[in-house]
Design a protein around this ligand. Structure first.
Ligand code: NAP
Ligand code: ZN
Ligand code: ZN
Length: 346
């Protein structure tokens, strides 16, 4: 075991503070990663604040990890010491069930092991990426394409794959009209990815403050949903809506924007149940569904796609001591568009 520097939550409501986490010995199939960059996802905040259920503290969160391989176990074949690698939201799954076998580890029938706050193979609670190093089974370690800038790549490991997967699943591409609701960390990646896939992308944001950015990312339109007329104006006009909003929405109002056989895929994860009328679904035979992260092979595919299309997250790099302020800014939708912690400042 080794002890490494980390940012630690000691309770649901206390500010984050400096501390340490312990990492297991490097097993035969393990990779020891010196973390260089760690993205801040809204899920980190939901988790620590107890939005999704009680946690065990102290807890270190973070599931957008970019780092360098520092050591490997004897049986590791996929990465070598010195490689630039990434870790996302999963560090384990049963590897045997139908979903794991099909490369959908995020839908493992036994439940996948979250990068933080989950029971690990050794019985301890997993601790995430706001730390100096991590030990991960090689199957859950991604190779980072050299074309992607190291300090900006981490957000792809959650925000990137979480939006790439539903865009692919529901056919974003030429001739498809895609709306992205909420342009934060996930939303801005959804826009860039859907544009690169060839879809016609519209951004639906609370205000018009992000309009210029949305258009710069390649969206053809941006609407502020604070104006209720938008919902009438855009009725029956999208094939796919990706909802990335971290708070409950008026679901019927958004479903009403779907054209025939349109799909609203939810990736935003507010704890409150959503309410909708089946009559809104009857119209245009609409679907209301959800999606969570992506499989490991699909995550590698997404990284290659981003390298090929020059897709890079917009990041604001912060020092460890700025993390509490960064969380407050995420909660105020004041992030352009992902905070990344420089792990050297831990
Ligand atoms: P984020 O950076 O805070 O972005 C969320 C965006 O939603 C905000 O920037 C804002 O965009 C909009 N928004 C926020 N509050 C709103 C409200 N009350 N009403 C309407 N719009 C609002 O968060 P994120 O990191 O992208 O994560 C978004 C959500 O996805 C979180 O719930 C997170 O837990 C979840 N998530 C799910 C998965 C998964 O596997 N399904 C993976 C990662 C994250 P505008 O300013 O443009 O309105
Ligand atoms: Zn995340
Ligand atoms: Zn499984």
């Amino acid at each position: 075991m080794s002890t490494v520097a980390a940012i630690v939550a000691t309770s649901a409501d206390a500010p984050l503070e400096r501390g340490t986490v312990t990492r297991r010995e490097v097993g035969p199939r393990d990779v020891l990663i010196d973390i260089a960059w760690a993205g801040i996802c809204h899920s980190d905040i939901h988790t620590v604040r107890g939005d999704w259920g009680a946690q065990t503290y102290p807890l270190t969160v973070g599931h957008e990890i970019a780092g360098m391989v520092a050591a490997i176990g004897a049986e590791v074949t996929t990465v070598a010491v010195g490689d630039r690698v990434g870790v996302g939201c999963m560090v384990g799954s049963c590897r045997e069930c139908a979903n794991c076998q099909a490369g959908r580890e995020q839908y493992c029938e036994k439940g996948f092991t979250d990068t933080y706050g989950s029971r690990d193979v050794d019985g301890t609670v997993t601790q995430g990426g706001y730390s100096a190093a991590v030990v991960v089974d090689e199957h859950f370690v991604l190779s980072l394409p050299a074309a992607l800038p190291f300090e900006k790549v981490a957000p792809l490991l959650c925000a990137g794959i979480t939006t790439y997967s539903p865009l692919r699943r529901w056919g974003a591409g030429p001739g498809k009209r895609v709306a992205v609701v909420g342009m934060g960390g996930l939303g801005h990646m959804a826009v860039k990815l859907a544009v690169a896939m060839g879809a016609e992308v519209t951004v639906l944001s609370q205000t018009s403050s992000k309009r210029a950015d949305a258009l710069a990312f390649g969206a053809v339109a941006h609407h502020a949903t604070s104006d209720p007329a938008v919902f009438t104006e855009l009725a029956n006009s999208f094939d796919l809506i990706i909802n990335t909003v971290s708070a409950p929405l008026d679901v019927d109002a958004y479903l009403g924007m779907l054209d025939f056989a349109g799909v609203m895929a939810n990736v935003g994860a507010p704890p409150e149940p959503a309410a909708m009328s089946v009559f809104t679904l009857f119209t245009n035979q609409r679907s209301f569904t959800g999606s969570t992260i992506g499989g490991i092979a699909e995550t590698q595919e997404m990284l290659e796609f981003c390298a090929e299309h020059g897709i890079v997250p917009e990041v604001e790099i912060i020092r460890a001591e700025q993390v509490n302020d960064a969380w407050e800014r995420v909660l105020k939708s004041d992030v352009r568009y992902r905070f990344v912690i420089d792990a050297a400042t831990l």
